[in-house]
Design a protein around this ligand. Sequence first.
Ligand code: UDP
Ligand code: MG
Length: 173
Amino acid sequence: MEQEIQAGKARGYGMIERSLVIIKPDGVERCLVGEIIKRFENTGLKIVGMKMVWIDKKFAEQHYKAHKSKPFFRELVDFITEGPVVTFILEGVHAVDNVRRLVGTTSPHESPPGTIRGDFAHLSMAYASKIGSGGKNVIHASGSKKEADEEIKLWFKKDEIHSYTTVHEKHVF
Ligand code: UDP
Ligand code: MG
């Protein structure tokens, strides 16, 4: 597997990356899984791992450890553990930035139409904080390459990540 990643990296001039996406409990409960996956697939980004999990608080605290000191940390942990999530790894050219571009900005009310957060939500983080809730913005995506590496390690075992060829690779990679 590692060899294949290295070979891919060599072929992609270091520009082929992986990013971790999580459809949060609000997205799953609103039956948006198919809609969301379709948007990534349409761009040719390649799914190399995928599963549905209901994480516990300890795991959530680990995933969001960078936010431990933030005032919204408890609410965020409660929100992300209130139901199952669908998580997947996307691979492609500049995958981290490209995935964030499709996801939009943190606060849906500032996220442009066409983005997942802009199209499927509208609340603001200020509103979420007033009602004492984690910001229900449908989806998580790694914020940097370093974050992506750490999150992929946390969420996926090596044998849950797959190497195969999509028909798109001829045209979009
Ligand atoms: N969040 C929140 N209140 C805030 C800021 C963030 O509840 O004031 C939640 C929101 O669900 C967000 C997550 O915490 O997606 C992680 O925050 P981050 O700043 O990393 O935003 P993201 O990378 O998800 O855009
Ligand atoms: Mg983040």
